[in-house]
Ligand binder design. Sequence first.
Ligand code: CTP
Length: 424
Amino acid sequence: MKKYLEGLPKKIRELVYLAKDLAAYRRMPAYLVGGFVRDLILGVRNFDLDIVVVGDGIKFAEYFARALKAKLIRHKRFGTATVVLKPGLKIDIATARSEIYPLPAHLPVVKPGSLEDDLFRRDFTINAMAISLAENDFGRLIDCYGGVGDLKNKTIRVLHALSFIDDPTRIIRAIRFEQRFGFKLDAGTLKLLKEAVRAKMLKIVEPQRLRDDLILVLKEAEPIKEIMRFKELTGFSFIDKHLVAGAKTIGLLRCADKEIKWFIRTHPRRRALDSWLIYFIALTDNLKSPAIKPLVQRFALKRGEEIRILSYKSAQLKIAPALKKKDINPSELFSCLEPLSYEVIILLKAKFGGACLRNNIDKFFLNLNGARISISGDDLRRLGLEPGPHYQKIFKSILNAKLDGKLRTRQDELRLVKNIIRRP
Ligand code: CTP
């Protein structure tokens, strides 16, 4: 694998060589493992280095972080640590361990183990390979469970029959990797997966772990493909007992997908969309409002996510009718849409396909979103107006007049302020 490692981008290659030097200097057997090795063989970009150390992984991580002057996050209970270099570039370092699952779907009891133990505790053969970082052995691939063969045959295969029972989130991971890479589930693995689904194993997973894996699915390059496979293999009752993605929901997801792509193409400079949240809201569209709150709580979604989910529900009733009007004023359009997030606006566009609503939303993004006035509180003070709540009212009047094309320059705005002040 030396050749593959040498072909890595310079920054990543330097990190690999630093790990190699540290392993030699500290006499600690260290290995690259997991998704990094899989993607290296596949030729897929992956900058998340995953290192396993036989011995004390946290100590190795401390040496590593010190050498890079980087931040270190330790997870003592699991003997793991993360070296954070910058957003999007991190190194996970773990102590090689074996795992025992005392109860299905619960966190395992871990104890230090050999490299083989560590590889055997993993989800799929394609994620259970290692590359040696030892001086005399550098670049040797360790593939105890047939990972390379499965990569060649495009197969997702568990390492043992209890894999989905021990950790049912692997059901979600199996489908995610199958769809991401265009692989197939091996027949035995598919049978085990279906048995675990029939035994309702996903229902006993801690909801926040489900949430994390579900978000990863929705962040994949083709979430609709993934969702269709979930529909076929697991259904969605593990998210909520009333959730069924019928034809209407799938239609909405497809429209949302188109609108997301349109937005990214047309407005490349705006803030990055939380596309996964758009897919999540579309997927749960058939749930009634009273079912949404408990789901948000069960999944412990962030406040900002909750606000967007709930505002989509209310915007359908309160905002969508106004957006369907052909002759809506720019200022009215602005007050409807400016308080909403991009995610919610995109979903409204996907849900209500009418030409007027679509045009109005396009117009908003093109001409109105982010509009500001030029005058400030200082200007009002200079005109002798005592500060108070009426400032906001004045600003709003000026902004509305500007949006409706009645004011062009700062002088126009000041003129209008003076008129407002003079009014009895
Ligand atoms: N792993 C596992 N079981 C899980 C989660 C992770 O066995 N439920 C192991 C796999 O060996 C995996 C590694 O931990 O390769 C790292 O996990 P993660 O970073 O989540 O996965 P990646 O394989 O790196 O996947 P991705 O490309 O999506 O980041």
